[in-house]
Design a protein around this ligand. Structure first.
Ligand SMILES: [Zn+2]
Ligand SMILES: [Zn+2]
Length: 403
């Protein structure tokens, strides 16, 4: 049994999923987090489109690592903050819901509009005809629904859970999970400025190791065009983090209109005020260890990674804030694509092999051999020349380092 708590982000986007290229680095799936606690308890926080990926991950883990049907089953506590699309839309696409050996305990509040059994209604309505082709009867996993309220506390599977009302249209719950390895607060979809809710959040976040907070807008937007929309900013996150003395702040629920560069900007601004700030990223993993928090990021370099031996000068800033510049060895490079001048015209969507010679003597550098697919063909500068755009793709077989 693991004795650390691990928090993984499967969806970090607010409002609606995004597929635009400039949002890829942080990720386009909507809210979904997975917390595993000492003793093996598993918690799923919100069921946005990121839930589909969690389902895929759980299936591969179960198939790949665990052979006994007994441990092959999934037992999880599902905490839903509220019923807006971006927090529930992954439910019909979560494979483990369709396997009878799995068991889920769901928690959320009674909605004024839906009345009793709100969460069950929300789940089943998404599979109702004509909205979804699969009948809810096919959802064979054991499901138990629990109605909770702001102010409630309970214990489940190695965590002490507290729920608190936040300020959001149609209501929203924030959750705090205290475990033997650390404490985390999940407070998304909240607009500051109403004392009752501000106090709820402050109490909920008091001294937490991690505060995940709605940082959808810039402080300027929050004060003007987005006022009253039910969300918040990195600056509000910083204020709460300081007031509640939390150890780490995670900016979350990125606006669908925010490019990765925009989120970078929010993060850098927040770090000026509160250095222990991170921006939630799809695939990011937080491990609660004795000396604090270990943060790891997903494989971010899309495109073909190639082993090389090159020299470089690198300058930047150390973790302690000091500037540095040093000579470094480049061990590998990831490449997205290239634009080539060819005398022949290859077919669109056909494969090419591109071998690039690197500078330097043959002893200390190796050529880059890359498999590519043709994405563009246009007339070149000369009459007998073609401009060919290629994107590098994975090699068929995994490669080993070349030195
Ligand atoms: Zn939301
Ligand atoms: Zn919402």
């Amino acid at each position: 049994m693991p004795n650390a708590a691990k928090l993984k982000f499967w969806g970090v986007r607010g409002s609606t999923p995004t597929v635009e290229r400039d949002t890829w680095r942080y990720g386009g799936n909507t809210s979904c987090l997975e917390l595993t606690v000492p003793g093996g308890g598993r918690f799923i926080l919100d069921c946005g489109s990121g839930l589909r990926m969690l389902g895929k991950h759980l299936r591969t883990t179960a198939e790949g690592l665990l052979e006994s049907p007994r441990i092959n089953s999934i037992d999880a506590q599902v905490l839903v903050t509220h019923y807006h699309w971006d927090h529930i839309q992954g439910m019909p696409f979560f494979q483990p819901f369709f396997q009878p050996q799995n068991r889920f305990n769901f928690f959320s509040f009674r909605s004024k509009q839906l009345g009793r059994d709100s969460l069950r209604q929300v789940l089943e309505a998404q599979l109702a005809s004509p909205y979804f082709p699969v009948d809810v009867g096919k959802m064979t996993a054991e499901r138990h629904f629990h109605e909770i309220n702001g102010g409630d506390t309970w214990d489940a599977k190695g965590a002490h859970i507290t729920a608190a009302w936040l300020n959001h249209p149609q209501g929203c719950l924030g959750y705090r999970l205290d475990t033997a390895a650390g404490s985390m607060v999940y407070a998304t979809d909240n607009e500051p400025g109403v004392p009752e809710f501000d106090n709820n959040l402050l109490r909920l976040a008091e001294g937490a190791d991690v505060l995940i907070y709605d940082s959808q807008y810039s402080p300027e937007q929050l004060a003007t065009t987005r006022k009253g929309w039910g969300h918040s900013s990195w600056l509000e996150g910083v204020k709460i983090a300081r007031q509640a003395k939390v150890k780490n702040l995670i900016l979350f629920h990125h606006d669908p209109e925010s490019s990765s560069r925009t989120v970078d900007g929010f993060l850098y601004a927040a770090r000026q005020e509160f250095p222990e700030t991170w921006a939630a990223m799809e695939g990011m993993c937080l491990t609660f260890v004795e000396r604090g928090l270990e943060v790891s990021l997903p494989e971010a370099r899309m495109g073909r990674r190639r082993w090389v031996r090159l020299a470089a000068t690198v300058s930047g800033q150390s973790e302690d804030g000091t500037a540095f510049e040093e000579r470094a060895a480049v061990r590998d490079l990831s490449l997205l694509g290239a634009f080539l001048s060819l005398s022949r015209r290859p077919m669109l969507q056909s494969e090419l092999r591109v071998v690039i010679q690197t500078a330097g003597d043959a002893e200390s550098s190796a050529p880059l051999s890359l498999r590519a697919t043709v994405v563009r063909c246009e007339p070149g500068r000369d009459a007998n020349e073609h401009g060919v755009g290629v994107v590098f793709i994975e090699e068929a077989e995994p490669e080993t380092p070349e030195g």
